[in-house]
Design a protein around this ligand. Structure first.
Ligand code: FES
Length: 136
């Protein structure tokens, strides 16, 4: 199982193949793909690897990023640094949740929906190009 996905996300994603990104070394954490040296215009992950309604975790130059796909054709991304005290927010079956004190964030907007955090996750600029999520 690819731990970057929730169990529900895996069901949604079905048999979607792991893209080249997912096959990269997982130095970003257990099962977290690590990308280095990428910038604006570079591919982060194939859209097929980001389930609609789910989230995909990736490390970009050591910065943990959560990629969400609110609808079939839209993507969003957030810095996974919790706005409460800086722990790393994870993609779980219950959404984007901080393991330290239980804050939860809306995977579509990054807004804090459960405290103690009150501020939204910092956005990371991404867009869809062809069938890929790319940095902008
Ligand atoms: S650091 Fe995330 S809830 Fe406290």
């Amino acid at each position: 199982m690819h731990p970057c996905f929730t169990r529900r996300s895996l069901l949604i994603a079905g048999g979607a193949g792991l893209g080249a990104v997912a096959l990269a070394a997982c130095a970003g954490g257990p099962g977290i793909p690590e990308l280095t040296g990428i910038g604006a215009g570079d591919v982060v992950v194939p859209m097929a690897d980001v389930p609609v309604g789910g989230a995909y975790e990736v490390s970009i130059d050591g910065r943990r990023v959560l990629i969400g796909r609110p609808t079939e054709g839209t993507v969003v991304a957030f810095d996974a640094t919790c706005t409460h005290q800086g722990c790393t927010v994870r993609a779980t079956e219950d959404g984007l949740v901080c393991p330290c004190h239980g804050s939860a964030f809306d995977p579509a907007t990054g807004a804090a929906v459960h405290g103690p955090a009150t501020e939204p996750l910092a956005p990371v600029r991404v867009t869809v190009r062809d069938a890929d999520v790319v940095l902008t």
